[in-house]
Design a protein around this ligand. Structure first.
Ligand SMILES: [Zn+2]
Length: 160
């Protein structure tokens, strides 16, 4: 299957889109942190400041398919991502969207709700991001990239 991203990048997807995205350079500009088995990154296609995607590097459909080490790495990255957002006084809530089903690459979207945002609930953010991703990307991409540096600095300070 071939997909065209909003960057007009042609991607040949052989198996799973999730596997393809975490194992190529696709997310490299949005990469926040990673362990041996997990990746924490911004989704620069669905641009919303501070929204991070936590995903296993190998194909996993359900949480019970993780090894103990993988589950520990997942929890560690989830905790530090949450801590980084909670330490920002403009972040008033955090929502988590866990996607997991047969034939699909399990991942978690970690979504902050910002005090001054027009978006005050995560369902509206998600549906607008999916419905109108090109327009929102254009509006948000600078904020997303600026916030990435702030997030990365905080997150790196938690990793010892
Ligand atoms: Zn996969």
């Amino acid at each position: 299957m071939k997909i065209t991203t909003i960057f007009n990048q042609e991607l040949e997807i052989k198996d799973c889109i999730g596997c393809h995205l975490v194992n190529t350079d696709f997310f490299k500009d949005g990469l926040i942190s990673q362990t041996n088995t997990m990746q924490l990154s911004l989704d620069l296609e669905l641009s919303y400041p501070g929204m991070m995607i936590l995903s296993p590097k190998r194909h996993v459909e359900y949480f019970d398919q993780l090894t103990t080490d993988e589950a520990n790495e997942w929890n560690k990255l989830l905790a530090i991502a949450t801590k980084a957002l909670r330490q920002d006084s403009d972040c008033i809530r955090i929502s988590y969207f866990f996607r997991s089903f047969t034939g699909y690459h399990m991942h978690l979207a970690i979504m902050p709700i910002w005090k001054d945002s027009v978006y005050q609930d995560s369902q509206t953010i998600l549906s607008d991001l999916i419905k109108d991703c090109k327009k929102l990307r254009k509006e948000n991409i600078q904020k997303v990239i600026l916030y990435k540096d702030k997030l990365q600095t905080k997150i790196n300070s938690y990793i010892v």
